[in-house]
Ligand binder design. Structure first.
Ligand code: GDP
Ligand code: MG
Length: 399
């Protein structure tokens, strides 16, 4: 029996809502749209995709990181009456690159595209890109903001154009990938190409296209499509604040990530900054707070040192918690007063072993006559190994 869209409509009693052209032929193309707070763009994107992809059998997959604005609910609402619409709602996760990878791995379509959901990418390029990839002539098609015939004028962000230009040059040098816009978030390839190397993609920070090009061993034949990069339709950019940081993290991950894992390197860097904070706090306490002019002047020198160093370590611990929450674990960031206080307390508890090691080792080393700085730094190194192991599991590791 052939089921038509009007049969479907009758069955669910929503004739008016079933979109014409719902899939009756084998799936040709999946469009993955990573989303975070894009509720207002969901329906209009589906509409534009429908127009651009007429005559093509396609589906769209929203990969939403549990956006507080209800993007997932909106996608599911439309999905109920349009089988071309799917939604992956990720809980306790953040990250554009990993969302794109999960979306691309979740389709049965032989070819997959990734686009921004905010209307900055023109869906009208999709049929041409599909033609280039499905004909077998090219392995990958992508839309470039900087190719001949492209423009970024409508974007209205000359500052971001400059950052992108610089990032492109660095990326070209480090990865050897020569494209006019390797940071583009709009591209298409065969899903089997992606799947073959999905486990080797870094999925952090990096723009996913560059990640793919730098990861796949054999060179991919790439076709460039000039893009008129538009201004965002609704909502606001999530990458404005972090675009430089994400870029550097991605670059590190591709470059040295296999030797020292990126997260550990970030944790270590934050820890190193914490060392400076602890030394600074210790200096302030020894010279200003616990100085002879104050009531503690009659404490023994080593007692004063241990009390001051313990307090300095607590200051550094708080500093590390804030920075790790913002940077190292930005994909699992704790938000709001309650979760932050709980996280800080948990960080304190899980680090208390580290803190004991830290302060204890410093005290022992000091009594055997080592210099204050050597004693403190050795304590910090020993303590931070504990801190990383425990906090990544108990403070940010719930998921
Ligand atoms: N799933 C998911 N999507 C994201 C995340 N950050 C950004 N996006 C989406 O990725 C696309 C590009 O992000 P956008 O903020 O517009 O970056 P910009 O275009 O570089 O300013 C948009 O569709 C965003 O909703 C994230 O952490 N998770
Ligand atoms: Mg955007």
């Amino acid at each position: 029996m052939n089921i038509t869209s009007s049969d479907l409509a009758q069955a669910v009693g929503t004739a008016a809502q079933v979109r014409p052209g719902a899939r009756m032929a084998p799936l040709e193309l999946a469009v993955v749209l990573p989303t975070y707070n894009e509720r207002k763009n969901v329906a209009t994107m589906i509409e534009r995709l429908g127009k651009a992809l007429e005559g093509i059998s396609w589906e769209v997959i929203f990969v939403d990181d549990n956006s507080p604005d209800g993007t997932s609910e909106e996608a599911r609402r439309l999905s109920q009456v349009d089988p071309r619409v799917r939604c992956i709602q990720r809980i306790g996760r953040r990250g554009l690159a990993s969302a794109a990878i999960e979306g691309m791995c979740a389709t049965a379509a032989p070819i997959v595209a990734v686009m921004d959901a905010d209307h900055q990418h023109d869906p009208a390029l999709l049929p041409g890109m599909l033609q280039a990839v499905s004909s077998g002539e090219y392995d990958l098609a992508y839309a470039s903001r900087f190719a001949e015939g492209a423009s970024t004028e409508a974007w209205g962000r000359p500052d971001r154009v400059k950052v992108s230009g610089l990032a492109n040059r660095i990326a070209n040098k480090v990865t050897g990938v020569e494209l006019t816009d390797p940071m583009s978030g709009f591209f298409m390839l065969r899903t089997e190409t992606l799947r073959a190397d999905a486990h080797r993609l870094s999925g952090v920070g990096f723009k996913i296209l560059l990640d793919i090009l730098a990861t796949v061993d054999r060179p991919l034949k790439v076709k460039e499509f000039p893009l008129n990069f538009a201004a965002r339709a609704e909502g606001e950019s999530k990458l404005d604040q972090t675009v430089v940081f994400e870029f550097l993290v991605g670059l590190y991950d591709k470059w040295l990530g296999r030797i020292i894992p990126t997260r550990f390197a970030l944790f270590g860097t934050v820890g190193a900054l914490g060392v400076l904070v602890q030394l600074g706090a210790l200096w302030i306490m020894l010279h200003l707070v616990f100085s002879e002019r104050f009531v503690y002047g009659n404490w023994s020198e080593s007692a004063t040192f241990n009390v001051a160093n313990t307090l300095a370590a607590v200051v550094a611990m708080t500093f590390n918690f804030v920075l790790n929450n913002e940077l190292t674990y930005s994909d699992k960031r704790l938000r709001g007063f309650g979760p932050l206080m709980r996280g800080w307390a948990q960080f304190g508890v899980t680090c208390s072993l580290g803190l004991l090691t830290n302060v204890g080792a410093a005290a022992v080393l000091k009594t055997i006559g080592l210099h204050d700085v050597v004693a403190v730094v050795t304590g910090i190194i020993l303590g931070s190994v504990w801190n990383f192991a425990l906090s990544s599991k108990f403070v940010w590791g719930k998921y």
